[in-house]
Ligand binder design. Structure first.
Ligand code: BGC
Length: 727
């Protein structure tokens, strides 16, 4: 769907010629060795990822020539500088939580705030956002992704890229491309057909580059169709630069992205991270032997200098005002995230809590409070209420408002509150290992049962942590680790008013208990204000408005077989990870199979109700204008995500039953109505025509569907289009 025009900074647009001249003249002054030294990361040491605890990632610079270091940090949750665990910033969100919000304005606010904190901590580039599609619910980095859907992922990638680049930080969408699982992450060959690449895995990168103006891309570790992504000339050079007009530079994923100097250089992969392996002596030697022309080195470096010039890196101060870090404004933004991302999946009238009628509340569960064994000195203390791996931020110790504290802050003083941990904490099941039930388990459970049976209502806070879902490996099971399922079953037996709060960054199998509980609130890891946001929703101060960015299946085996690859490393057996489900990823697959799901893509309840009526379509020319009226028919203010899907009627080529092509989050007072307008461009109707290597519209009728989620689309209208080949 067409979006309002970009807010690309003038600075970037207007100085292209200056930046070229500047870069050329600087390059002319440098020797081959000096140039090559600027084409690799500044990490040292022998460990795979360079020095552990290194304060900054990035390119070293060259003081003699006035070239500053180019610092690259993480900024998808909050700021993380290098591997330094002592550098802290506001923990704003996780990408999956942003996916749950369906709120691009909110993400713009978050991206702006993160960029300011990155600048305060001396960073120049954000190693992100992660634009990889959730292909399978057990993927270790799902919490770092936005969605199973390319359109939703695209909108978020564009919002973030514009926000950070407008605030002085280069955006580096990653991991380009088809990086959808962690098992064998350094040595896997993903066989993806061209149409699937174009329609599912590439669109978010294309949007970040073409609409968002991303100035950096990180090449993934994996191979796509036999070529390592950091050597992949077709995707890096022909598609990214040639077709999309990418004007920035490419970074390799760290430590293991590049495996061959010449192949990477030929693909115009600019900078090897994080320490010199292939882009140092071997590169110099290849140039000296005449196998790589020195002009190619100049070209690689020029791409980097142009970006540095455009972003003013040669002139600006390294550190901006540190006052922004955890400023009141930023904490308010974090609270907004925590209020707008939880998804109410089930509610049998128990929520919001009727505080005046309620005298006692039990808060139970291993995720209700920080894990006792993770004191602030523990390197992985920040795995609590956050996923694991490089994307996480080392939040300030004790900055996270845990659910117990948040709820305590929000309920009336006279309420009697009791607590039980209920089960061992998820960190004790690192990588979801199974442990035999022991005395400690029994003790936790019996205390929880006692506490639950005495209270009028129970809030049961269960879930995962960065110890259970992380970069580096995929989950081996979709169930809650440890005794948590049993805890929910036993507590709900003794207390019929049990509300489950599920905190994780991904799908969990809830089938063994969901029918027995009164309410279920999915709370993605949503930043340091998580407990306050949760309490705002439980008490009704805020109406939940999150919607599922992935399908909540009944059984993880409902996913296409082989869509998570557990085989050997590619070099060992030569067996590839086949993307055989093709374009049928996420809801596209469940629709095709006509499978009942637990909660459909786009689903989420509210404390109010919304009515959809009056669809009006003006298809006299492109963009096609679709208007739909939505009314809040309940008695509370609420936000609704109005969703638009397109469905080709009787196509001759295989297509998804329907595809998301537009959404808008609207806030409506009780009784208020709003007409939402969507603009549909030709691209929205197109499929990728592999035979002619082009996008094309197939002649025929297309149904436009508007409603509250992918399986509730009451407003429909049809348009008929002729065959058309698009550019
Ligand atoms: C990850 C990247 C990350 C980099 C630096 C790699 O292992 O795949 O996402 O940006 O490390 O931490």
């Amino acid at each position: 769907m067409l979006q309002a025009c970009t807010q690309y900074p003038d600075k970037i647009e207007n100085n292209i010629n200056d930046s070229i001249q500047f870069s050329d003249s600087l390059i002319n002054k440098l020797s081959l060795e000096q140039k090559v030294a600027l084409l690799h990361g500044m990490g040292g040491g022998n460990s795979e990822f360079g020095d552990l605890d290194v304060r900054f990632f990035g390119i070293g610079g060259n003081e003699d020539f006035g070239i500053p270091p180019f610092f690259m940090g993480h900024g998808i949750t909050g700021v993380r500088s290098g591997r330094d665990t002592s550098i802290h910033a506001t923990y704003f969100t996780t990408p999956i939580a942003i996916g749950c919000s369906w709120d691009t304005e909110l993400y713009n606010e978050v991206g702006t705030a993160i960029a300011k904190e990155m600048r305060a901590l001396g960073q120049d580039l954000s190693l992100g956002p992660t634009l990889n599609i959730i292909r399978h619910p057990l993927g270790g980095r799902n919490w770092e992704s936005f969605s199973e859907d390319p359109y939703l992922t695209s909108r978020m990638g564009v919002a973030y890229t514009k926000a950070v680049q407008n605030n002085g930080i280069v955006s580096g969408p990653k991991h380009f491309v088809a990086n959808n699982q962690e098992t064998n992450r350094f040595d896997i060959n993903n066989e993806v057909d061209e149409r699937t690449l174009r329609e599912i895995y590439l669109p978010a990168f294309k949007a970040a580059v073409k609409e968002g103006g991303a100035l950096n891309i990180m090449g993934a570790y994996n191979r796509v169709n036999n070529d390592y992504m950091c050597h992949n000339e077709y995707l890096l050079d022909s598609v990214l630069r040639g077709e999309w007009g990418f004007g920035g530079f490419v970074l390799s994923d760290f430590a293991n992205g590049v495996k061959d100097t010449k192949e990477a250089v030929d693909a115009r992969m600019n900078v090897e991270m994080h320490r010199p392996k292939y882009y140092s002596d071997s590169l110099i030697n290849l140039v000296k032997k005449g196998e790589i022309p020195e002009t190619r080195i100049d070209e690689l470096l020029k791409d980097v200098f142009i970006v540095m010039y455009k972003m003013n890196l040669f002139d600006r101060e390294r550190f901006e005002d540190k006052q922004v870090i955890r400023s009141n404004d930023h904490l308010a933004t974090a609270r907004k995230v925590a209020q707008n991302t939880p998804i109410l999946l089930k509610n049998e009238g128990i929520l919001p809590l009727k505080q005046n009628e309620l005298n006692s509340l039990a808060i139970i569960g291993p995720n209700a409070k920080p894990y006792a064994s993770l004191k602030s000195s523990h390197a992985n203390y920040a795995y609590y209420l956050q996923g694991g791996g490089s994307g996480r931020t080392y939040y300030f110790h004790n900055s996270v408002v845990d659910p117990f504290t948040g709820i305590g802050n929000a309920i009336r003083e006279e309420m009697e509150v009791s607590y039980a941990q209920g089960a061992k904490t998820p960190n004790q099941y690192a990588r979801n290992k199974e442990l035999p039930i022991d005395e400690e388990d029994e003790k936790h459970l019996s205390k929880a049962i006692k506490v639950a049976s005495k209270a009028e209502t129970v809030v049961l806070v269960v879930g995962l942590s960065g110890f259970n879902e992380s970069e580096g490996w995929d989950r081996n099971s979709a169930t809650l680790p440890g005794m948590q399922n049993k805890l929910i079953q036993e507590v709900s037996k003794v207390n019929p008013n049990t509300i489950v709060v599920l905190t994780s960054g991904c799908y969990i199998d809830i089938s063994s208990w969901v029918d027995d509980v009164k309410a279920l609130l999915f709370v993605p890891y949503c930043g340091e204000q998580i407990g306050n946001g949760l309490a705002d929703i439980l008490t009704g101060k805020v109406n939940p408005s999150g919607k599922l960015p992935f399908t909540w299946v009944k059984d993880v085996d409902d996913y296409p077989k082989g869509s998570i690859f557990r085989g050997k490393e590619y070099t060992e057996k030569g067996i590839s990870n086949l993307y055989n489900e093709g374009i049928f990823v996420g809801y596209r697959w469940f629709d095709k199979q006509n499978l009942e799901v637990q909660y459909p893509f786009g689903f989420g309840l509210s404390y109010t109700q919304f009515k959809y009526e009056d669809i009006h379509v003006d298809d006299s020319s492109f963009p096609i204008r679709v208007k739909a009226k939505v009314t809040n028919t309940g008695s509370k203010f609420g936000k609704e995500v109005v969703q638009l899907y397109l469905s080709a009627q009787n196509p001759t080529i295989e297509k998804a039953l329907q595809e998301l092509k537009g959404f808008e989050k609207v806030g409506l007072a009780a009784g208020e109505a709003k007409t939402v307008e969507f603009l549909l461009d030709k691209d929205d109707f197109a499929h990728y025509d592999v035979t002619n290597s082009t996008w094309a519209i197939e002649a025929g009728t297309y149904e436009i569907r508007v409603g509250a989620h992918s399986r509730s689309l009451p407003l429909t209208s049809k348009v008929t289009l002729p065959n058309e080949i698009l550019e």
